[in-house]
Design a protein around this ligand. Structure first.
Ligand code: GLA
Length: 343
């Protein structure tokens, strides 16, 4: 089902698509930015509630919000000094985060109108062609993102892309979750299956080190409340104002594997994250400051968290990190699943 939801500044209609599964769960996605606007799943009493941050009108998304629910590309997270070299050629990107490039640049995939195709009541396909040179990246990149709301109360996001020139690609979704709907997320308990994370400098660019989480506030190998260690005088937490780091996921192979789990003792909601990706950016909404409002909620600091499955930040400048290079003739492919259940 789709409804007209607004008009872009250049006069194109923005549509809001509703996906439903047979269990009563519902996801709303707009073709602008591929934004997941709302996601309703049951709590332990069976009551449906919206677990993602979102705004009330399309106009509100133009302000711009901090990537609420959006598809991020061409490169999710930061590229240091907004530049990288590929085959001896230096590519300069837009600086939109100090001297760095964040989430695809000034006008990333989150600010583009995607071509939408409703495949079934529970599935939506979005396509976007990112032109050669857009935001400084080489190659025409054809991207397809497929959202599916399964009867197991899973939101599956499948990403694929091809290019006609060697380039770098790192796609993710930037949904902000709050399993209770509102309030802070400090009582949510998080498990991340990762022995290491990538420490950052004060501009949040990885130093290149893969650091053991043992004995640090970054050890989420057993379920720990987000708020338990977030205020510790740890240099990494201080740099980011909380958690805003990439974890190096423990993986068995390159298939879809369960990598993280979040439980909210209050609502009883549980979210598991499964992915084919090597990294997970766990961000605790440290930059939210209460100026954004939507759904009757005020988005205050740490009132939502993100689990952005991805390749590591700044990979194009870090030869030791898994490669984000995509060559003509190859297909970029990744899948992430957010699976909801209750305690
Ligand atoms: C990502 C980044 C954060 C921040 C948010 C958007 O999670 O890692 O530093 O930029 O996006 O505000």
């Amino acid at each position: 089902m789709k409804t007209a939801w607004g008009m872009t500044p250049d006069g194109k209609t923005v549509e809001l698509y509703t996906l439903k599964n047979s269990k009563g769960a519902e996801a709303r996605i707009m073709n602008y930015g591929g934004v997941l606007v709302s996601l309703k799943v049951p709590d332990r009493t069976g009551a449906f509630g919206d677990v993602v941050a979102g705004l009330d009108s399309f106009q509100d998304y133009l302000k711009p919000p901090p990537y609420f629910g959006a598809i991020i590309g061409r490169y999710g997270n930061r590229i240091g000094k907004a530049r990288f070299t590929l085959n001896g050629v230096e590519y300069k990107l837009a600086k939109n985060d100090g001297e760095n490039s964040l989430h695809g640049g000034v006008r990333g995939f989150d600010k583009r109108l995607w071509q939408a195709n409703a495949l079934s009541p529970e599935s939506l396909e979005l396509k976007y062609r990112s032109a050669d040179g857009e935001e400084g990246y080489p190659g025409n990149l054809d991207v397809t993102v497929k959202y599916t709301l399964t009867d197991a109360n899973e939101l599956r996001i499948g990403y694929s892309a091809t290019t006609d020139k060697e380039t770098v690609v790192n796609l993710t979704n930037h949904s902000y979750f709050n399993l209770a709907g509102e309030g802070d997320i400090l009582g949510h308990e998080v498990t991340i299956n990762a022995d290491r994370f990538t420490p950052v400098d004060k501009g949040l660019i990885p130093t290149g080190e893969l650091k053991d989480v043992t004995g640090t506030p970054f050890d989420f190998r057993t379920a720990t409340a987000i708020g338990k260690r977030i205020e510790q005088k740890d240099q990494q937490l201080i740099f980011a104002g909380g958690y805003d780091h990439n974890w190096v996921l423990n993986r068995k192979g390159d298939g879809l594997e369960a990598v993280a789990k979040v439980t909210d003792p209050k609502s009883g909601r549980v979210m598991e994250v499964l992915t084919t990706q090597p990294g997970l950016q766990f961000y605790t909404g440290n930059f939210l400051d209460g100026t954004l409002k939507g759904k009757g909620r005020t988005y205050t600091r740490r009132s939502a968290f993100c689990m952005e499955t991805q390749h590591f930040p700044d990979s194009p400048n870090k030869p030791g990190f898994p490669s984000t290079v995509l060559k003509p003739g190859s297909t970029y492919q990744n899948t992430t699943v957010y699976r909801f259940s209750t305690l």
